[in-house]
Design a protein around this ligand. Structure first.
Ligand code: AMP
Ligand code: ZN
Ligand code: FE
Ligand code: FE
Length: 283
């Protein structure tokens, strides 16, 4: 059997592996294909593609965008996008600047509570254009301000806690369109984790191409239900570990194995979307 992991992060966002380290692990685990889905960046794709080529593994370029629809936060995975697409890159640069400002706001909120964290220490640790809450948490652990990542999230960073700062989010409909104009497929990430079931019909109307049925945080029952939903709406099925490297526990890569037939369907959906776009362009 051939398998894939289509949800992976590197240190280009909040993962801890380099693209090369990630590919080496995927290769050792026997994966036939992987996708990179760093938050709000496609920067790691070139190196991951080169490492995959050397390891004779298929590589699918991607990213994970944060969006919202009717006050529900939804993560949208983009697959097989043109990583040079100007509109996508410009929008991603805006999301990155929002992330950087948000780090300063979170640190200011933490300082207000009398905890002496420095924004520059967070940026130095993150060392990437897409910093996020995990970097703040890691910087707090490093500075000895909390005992572990969980404590940082529980006391300061999770929704409702004093240093939680919302990200200005694009609408999910814009997200789907942004991915499509870059030649990619738009997939709803971990619906079981974000509880986004109710908005599936609206996103399907907007052109959603797929749904992440298999995910570390999905129970077997959940995965089965999302497979049924995929069937009902004719959506591509994806899955992945959402590995962030060495963050809290052992790396998650290898815990979710998407049967390769779904990767073939992803390619087929891309081909048919490209053909449709070409046909409309000619008209
Ligand atoms: P951000 O994009 O900055 O809001 O950060 C979201 C990321 O934080 C997710 O992708 C997870 O990797 C991580 N995360 C969210 N909640 C927690 C938590 N309670 N403990 C540890 N990591 C978390
Ligand atoms: Zn993350
Ligand atoms: Fe996510
Ligand atoms: Fe993710």
């Amino acid at each position: 059997m051939k398998f894939a992991d289509l949800h992976l992060h590197t240190l280009f966002s909040d993962g801890t592996f380099t693209p090369e380290e990630l590919v080496e692990r995927a290769s050792k685990l026997g994966f036939a294909a992987i996708a990179l889905t760093d938050h709000d960046t496609v920067e790691g794709c070139e190196r991951a593609a080169a490492a995959c080529a050397a390891a004779r593994m298929e590589f699918i370029p991607g990213t994970e965008l944060t969006a919202e629809h009717e006050d529900t936060e939804v993560h949208i995975l983009a697959y097989l996008v043109d990583t040079q697409n100007k509109v996508l890159l410009k929008r991603i640069a805006e999301f990155q600047s929002v992330r950087q400002n948000r780090i300063r706001e979170m640190v200011a909120a933490i300082n207000k509570l009398g905890v002496p964290l420095k924004a520059d220490d967070v940026f130095a640790l993150a060392n990437c254009k897409s910093p996020g809450r995990p970097h703040v948490a890691r910087a707090m652990v490093k500075a000895g301000l909390v005992a572990n990542l969980d404590e940082a999230f529980e006391r300061f960073l999770k929704k409702g806690r004093p240093a939680w700062v919302p990200k200005t989010k694009m609408s999910a409909l814009e997200g789907v369109e942004l991915i499509h104009q870059a030649g990619g497929l738009a997939v709803m990430a971990h619906p079981g984790l974000n509880r986004t079931d109710d908005i599936i019909p609206d996103l399907v109307d907007a052109g959603l191409d797929g749904i992440e049925c298999f995910h570390t945080k999905h129970s077997t029952v959940m995965s089965e239900r999302y497979l049924e939903i995929a069937d009902e709406y004719h959506l591509v099925v994806t899955g992945g570990s959402d590995c962030h490297g060495f963050s809290k526990k052992a790396p998650l890569i290898g815990t979710v194995k998407l049967p390769y037939e779904h990767v073939e369907r992803l390619y087929a959906a891309k081909k048919s979307a490209d053909e449709k776009r070409r046909a409309t362009a000619v008209k």
